[in-house]
Design a protein. Structure first.
Lengths: 291, 176
């Protein structure tokens, strides 16, 4: 009796061929992107999406063409932060035209596809029972389509805002074998450093993905009256010591930054001279210098 | 996944796939030498896994449509997201297995789950025969239907009636 390897094909489904076609489609799209950068943090609530939006703005203001993928499929916030929630995606045979911010940054996000503000991402299925067996696969396929089927055009940078945790980076690294690097976001607290170290280990030691550096967000509080900066958290180690990685910048907390995110007005654009904006521009310069 | 006809020691070929019945797809494979058929049942989770990977049983010669998986499978999508082409927003009642969204047809085709059955290329069904078909347990109904249609075609029947079903009965393990 013949064995598995002696049979010529998978009975005609050509599953490998279909998967290869998907990968080729993705790679063809990425061929027009110079650098892909994943922004990640093991911890939620460190301002990662806000930093992604403003890093994208900073890179755009420096004359780069920039696209952003909101890779947080279940908790997409970038359309709101970047002020394009009302954008209507346009379908063309060449791909889906992304939303474009006032600065010209391009964005694709699940939020742009959801029907209502309070609508969660719910996939069509006969039953949601045992959905844990396939939901993650849906999310990765969605991410593949977001990256590969958006009509980005020529991009200098494609930023991917990952959800908290260490689980999405391996997916991204598989989808984008030539991932340019990772920006790790933390805040100066021992809890954050404790968790974010796991992300650094995942990227550096397990996936062997280049780490561009660490951004310490909410590094200090700027007094709105006198302009003096005070620590906001009780820091553990300094970021470069904690993570053994380059520090790309320390971004002070500014209530206006949070408000800009709520209003969808890009902070960097609104307050270019604020200390946080200057810090964000320095981060962008270091990201550029990395490549 | 590969299938071998152990009698002929020949690789079986994909023959057909049904639209999902209660979330479960049935794929038929046939031996090219002795024409023995086998049915492979995918449970709902396996069927959903195939959907989530955006893969098509039996191969896929269609050109990929941008974001076809997200657009066809997102239950809570908005209808006006891409107005010039399709409406990804799909109410559950419309999308359970074969949505009304125009674009869904692309994906539905991948899983043979058209909202309405395609124009029959073989014999039609009488009302009485259809009623009897409905009484067949859902999990074997797709296979039984294909088998009866195949029997009718092979025996020159233009319409499947209760009598044709009786004649076909002996050919199938499932009783109807």
């Amino acid at each position: 009796m013949k064995t598995y390897r002696e049979l010529p094909s998978d009975a005609g489904s050509n599953i490998i061929g279909q998967v290869t076609a998907q990968a080729n489609r993705l790679q063809k799209r990425l061929a027009s992107v110079k650098y892909t950068v994943a922004i990640m943090s093991g911890k939620g609530g460190v301002g990662k999406s806000s930093l992604t939006a403003n890093l994208a703005a900073a890179l755009t203001l420096k004359g780069n063409t920039v696209g952003v993928v909101d890779a947080d499929i279940n908790g997409p916030t970038l359309a709101k932060i970047m002020g394009v929630r009302n954008a209507t995606l346009e379908y063309t045979p060449a791909g889906v035209k992304p939303a474009i911010t006032v600065l010209g940054t391009k964005l694709i996000s699940m939020d742009l596809l959801l029907a209502e503000d309070d609508a969660p991402v719910l996939w069509n299925a006969h039953t949601q029972k045992d959905a844990f067996t396939w939901r993650s696969t849906m999310e990765v396929s969605a991410l593949r389509e977001f990256i590969g089927d958006t009509e980005w055009g020529e991009l200098d940078y494609l930023l991917l805002d990952l959800p908290p945790g260490t689980d999405r980076l391996p997916n991204v690294a598989e989808l984008i074998p030539d991932l340019g690097g990772v920006v790790v976001v933390t805040i100066p607290s021992e809890v954050s450093q404790f968790i974010v170290k796991k992300s650094v280990t995942m990227a550096r030691d397990i996936l062997k993905v280049p780490i561009i550096g660490v951004v310490e967000n909410m590094a200090s509080y700027v007094c709105q009256h006198c302009g003096e900066q005070e620590p906001l958290f009780s820091a553990g180690e300094t970021p470069d010591a904690a993570f053994q990685q380059d520090l790309l910048g320390s971004v002070p907390f500014d209530p206006k930054l949070a408000r800009s995110g709520d209003d969808g007005t890009l902070y960097l654009h609104e307050y270019p001279d604020a200390p946080a904006s200057k810090a964000l521009m320095e981060v962008a310069e270091k990201v550029q210098a990395f490549f | 996944m590969k299938f071998l006809c152990t009698d002929c020691d020949t690789a079986m070929k994909f023959k057909d796939v049904t639209r999902p019945e209660q979330g479960s797809v049935t794929a038929l494979f046939e031996c090219p030498d002795c024409f023995t058929e086998i049915a492979m049942f995918l449970n709902p989770s396996e069927t959903q896994m195939l959907k989530s990977l955006d893969l098509k049983l039996g191969g896929n010669n269609e050109a990929a449509q941008p974001m076809q998986m997200v657009r066809s499978q997102l239950e809570t999508g908005k209808t006006e997201a891409m107005p010039n082409e399709f409406s990804p927003g799909m109410g559950s009642s419309e999308t359970a297995e074969g949505g009304k969204c125009p674009f869904t047809a692309v994906i539905s085709d991948a899983f043979q789950e058209e909202a309405a059955p395609a124009e029959p290329s073989g014999p039609g069904w009488s009302a009485e025969a259809l009623e009897r078909l409905e009484r067949i347990p859902a999990f074997v109904r797709p296979m039984a239907k294909m088998g009866i249609e195949s029997f009718a075609k092979d025996n020159g029947h233009d319409e499947i009636t209760a009598e044709v079903m009786d004649a076909a009965r002996g050919n199938f393990p499932a009783q109807f």
